[in-house]
Design a binder for this molecule. Structure first.
Ligand code: ADP
Ligand code: MG
Length: 351
């Protein structure tokens, strides 16, 4: 059998990250795989320097690979983040210089209209209730909507040294690509422009003091999204879906997109999952919920929860008061809080 990096990656998919049910590949540990004949060379990057973790992962990787047919020798190099000096692809990508942002969380979806921006806004607000200094970056070049959802209609100013000052609402810092576009401008964004815009967003905006930055990506999983993700040193990605089969098919592409760039998938959120009956408060299962959870199990990534359909979510989106602010006791707001708690736990345990 001829070995190749893809085959080795599939084998490594079975190696669990110590203490977790997830594998090291989905955790973003495997940065580079080189194969020469029957010799395998790996470059692994751990979220933090940790000797015990390092030797556990090293041992299980070596054991698993040597037990696989065709592998005669395994050389494992392990480093801790940052990515500087990572061989191969990662080096050629020009990443934005890290301003003092600790964690970057991207929110993605296979298609538009599934509630990606709603989730990004409410997650960012839920995180900001639990942690200080949260920012939201609306990078949806095709339909920036977070300023409306947060009821913001001013434009940002800049500092004397030409840094853009993010706007603030509900304690959240916000920067949107929409601030750079006039309402009647139909801008056709090409790949390089998209790439440049996000890099500029990270570098030229005064994010100083931001611990968590939530990024609302454009819908889809194509080149534009990929190039956006490449420019930000992401801590992880969240995938939003709805229960319908058509949306669920896209989840696979979302997972693949993050895996391709070695960005850990923080989890899947199922939005518009069910309806809370306004009369009896019972759950009405309209689109057959549960697909998001099944997808999460299938791809071995965490499931972050189900957000019900709630007319207040749409209303809040239009009026500029997100549900976690206007109705913190609603089932939807509680589901966002739980999802945010899970995300923080995963990020802070691993990053
Ligand atoms: N759980 C929900 N219940 C009711 N309306 C929702 C829900 N999630 C999103 N919406 C509404 O659906 C529309 C699309 O949501 P949006 O977040 O803009 O989607 P996307 O960013 O994926 O295009 C908006 O009007 C939003 O208010
Ligand atoms: Mg949107």
């Amino acid at each position: 059998m001829k070995l190749n990096p893809e085959g080795i990656r599939n084998i490594l998919n079975k190696v669990k990250y110590p203490g977790f049910t997830r594998d090291i590949v989905s955790f973003g540990v495997v940065k580079e795989i080189e194969v020469e004949g029957s010799k395998v060379k790996l470059y692994l990057v751990l979220p933090k320097p940790d000797e015990k973790l390092e030797s556990e992962i090293r041992n299980s990787v070596i054991k698993t690979l040597l037990e696989s047919p065709g592998v005669s020798e395994v050389d494992v190099m392990i480093g801790a983040r940052e990515l500087k000096g990572t061989p191969g692809q990662a080096r050629t990508v020009e990443r934005a210089k890290l301003p003092e942002i600790k964690y970057f969380i991207a929110v993605a979806s296979g298609k538009g209209g599934v509630g990606k921006s709603t989730v990004a806004v409410n997650l960012a607000l839920s995180i900001s209730k639990m942690r200080k200094n949260v920012g939201l970056m609306d990078a949806d070049i095709w339909g920036p909507s977070t300023p409306i959802m947060l009821g913001i209609n001013e434009r940002p100013r800049s500092t004397p040294d030409q840094k853009i000052i993010p706007l603030e609402k509900f304690g959240l810092k916000l920067m949107s690509i929409g601030f750079l576009i006039n309402d009647d401008d139909t801008v056709i964004w090409r790949g390089p422009m998209v790439h440049g815009a996000v890099k500029q967003f990270i570098e030229d905006v005064e994010w100083k003091g931001t611990d968590y930055l939530v990024i609302d990506l454009p819908p889809g999983t194509g080149d534009a999204q990929l190039s956006l993700i490449q420019t930000a040193p992401l801590s992880g990605g969240v995938i939003v879906t709805t229960p319908q089969d058509v949306a669920l098919i896209d989840v696979r592409r979302g997972v693949q997109m993050f895996k391709k760039l070695n960005v850990p998938v923080l989890g899947i959120i199922e939005n518009m999952s069910y309806l809370v009956c306004p009369h009896c408060s019972g759950e009405v299962d309209i689109f057959s919920k549960g697909g998001g959870k099944r997808m999460a199990e299938k791809f071995d990534v965490p499931f972050l929860g189900e957000i019900p359909i709630d007319p207040e979510i749409r209303k809040g989106g239009d009026d500029g008061i997100p549900i976690v602010v206007s109705h913190p006791e609603s089932a939807a707001a509680k589901a966002f809080t739980v999802a945010a708690e899970k995300i923080l736990k995963i990020i802070e345990e691993t990053a």
